[in-house]
Design a protein around this ligand. Structure first.
Ligand SMILES: [Fe+2]
Length: 352
């Protein structure tokens, strides 16, 4: 679990006070990994001070995060800093959250981040890490994974050492998010809840967090809240949805969505929405609710994205989806292989 968290509009202003006691020495800087969207926006960087050798790395979140990208960042940090950094501070969306968590771990674990894709493979705690989400929904700020695309597959670095040591939840930071991004990323949260609440791994912790986040999502996407309320509630929903899957697992939508983003580079939230729209068979009531949310918020969902997918790309998409066994097991139970075939997955992808 994340050890410490602050929540509230304007809470980003506490960041200097929060990280100051964690500085190891003057040679060990804080490295800020920030979404390139905020480059040249002094409103964000004016919230914190760079002292001694502290510096910022701007990272584009246009593409899903990669193991090669994490390895390159770790190498550049090692080359650029006299001592191991005092801390890694990630400021951005899910992509930046996952990159910051992975970089923190890889500074203290040898080899490539690809070696740690899977469950509980990380051997050493990472350097001190802080997550500051600027978009809500992915739950990456709270999860025990850092999802990366490697040369062979898209899979998270799932471990007890992955969660941030500190998270700053400031809903004001999500003000500049566009409506489409807000919706697609928010739906990631809604889908986390659906998949955990309907999964075989459900338990009391998972259920209580999931039920809370699910109700918040209905309020946000079907109710008539003020913008401030929507931002506040979605940031809380994202956290609770993330906690819900931390105690259980995601399901069919995520398994297929990973296939889409690994091969076609579709962003996670959008990929989930495209997939979820075709999952009536697995989550009928919630797919109907999702379609209501699409209409209410006037969202256009891309269609026919798999039209030009080659046979070999399709094979890779199916391999990626099927490699995520815990997700299928959660969704359909131990006997999931009797219900899911390569042909069935291909039929679903071809409809998208
Ligand atoms: Fe997700």
């Amino acid at each position: 679990m994340v050890s410490k968290v602050v929540f509230g509009r304007g809470s980003i202003n506490q960041i200097d006070d929060i990280i100051r006691p964690k500085r190891l020495n003057e040679r060990a800087p804080f490295v800020f990994i920030i979404d390139a969207f905020f480059q040249n926006q002094s409103t964000l960087t004016s919230k914190f001070s760079l002292l001694y050798d502290d510096y910022i790395i701007y990272v584009s979140a246009d593409e899903e995060p990669k193991t090669s990208q994490v390895d390159a960042l770790v190498e550049s940090i090692i080359l650029n800093t006299k001592d191991l950094p005092s801390g890694i501070i990630g400021i951005g969306g899910g992509t930046i959250m996952d990159i910051a968590k992975a970089v923190s771990i890889m500074l203290t674990n040898t080899g490539s981040s690809e070696d740690y894709q899977g469950w509980d493979l990380v051997k050493n705690p990472g350097v001190y890490s802080v997550g500051v989400p600027t978009i809500s929904g992915t739950g990456a700020e709270v999860s025990r994974t850092a999802v990366l695309s490697g040369s062979k597959l898209k899979l998270g670095l799932n471990s007890d050492y992955t969660p941030f040591n500190q998270v700053i939840l400031d809903p004001e930071l999500t003000e500049s998010v566009t409506k489409d991004q807000w919706f697609f990323t928010g739906m990631d949260c809604f889908i986390h809840c659906v998949e955990s609440l309907n999964g075989h791994f459900i338990n009391t912790f998972s259920e209580s967090y999931g039920t809370m986040a699910y109700a918040l999502c209905k309020d946000i996407f079907l109710g008539d809240l003020s913008d401030d309320d929507k931002q506040n509630k979605l940031m809380m929903a994202s956290w609770h949805g993330g906690m819900s899957i931390a105690y259980s697992q995601v399901g069919v939508a995520h398994a297929l969505s990973y296939g889409l983003s690994f091969v076609l580079g579709v962003k996670h939230g959008l990929g989930n929405c495209i997939v979820f729209n075709h999952l009536d068979e697995f989550y009928p009531n919630d797919v109907a609710l999702f379609r209501e949310m699409i209409v209410k918020n006037d969202i256009n969902l891309p269609k026919h994205i798999c039209e030009d997918v080659t046979d070999s790309q399709m094979e890779t998409m199916i391999d990626t989806a099927l490699s995520l066994e815990p997700l299928w097991e959660n969704a359909l139970g131990n006997e999931w292989k009797t219900q899911i075939s390569r042909q069935k997955i291909e039929r679903l992808f071809r409809k998208m």
